[in-house]
Design a protein around this ligand. Sequence first.
Ligand SMILES: [Cu+2]
Length: 106
Amino acid sequence: MMKAFFGAGFACAIFAVGCLPAQAATVEITIRKLSFGPGTVNAAVGDRIVWSNKDVMDHTATLDGSFDILIPAGGTGTLLLTKAGPIRYYCRYHPNMVGTIEVDAR
Ligand SMILES: [Cu+2]
């Protein structure tokens, strides 16, 4: 018993980051009338983006070579952010629909 507790404490000392409470957030983007709102959001690695589509047609959040997420009419789509840097995505069906996610390192 004591040994098990010691082991856990030892692991926390080495992998301190993994022992902090989860701080990941969910960032919501609403699609309405063929536009992403807000058009630019700030987030961090580990956060989740959730798009809510309020239109009566399907949309996507697409970054060529990286992700292509279908966001059905009246539904949602989700993206887990795994690396830092700006993401400039668009809708595959309506290429003039564009948005930016500024992803900070955590
Ligand atoms: Cu669209």
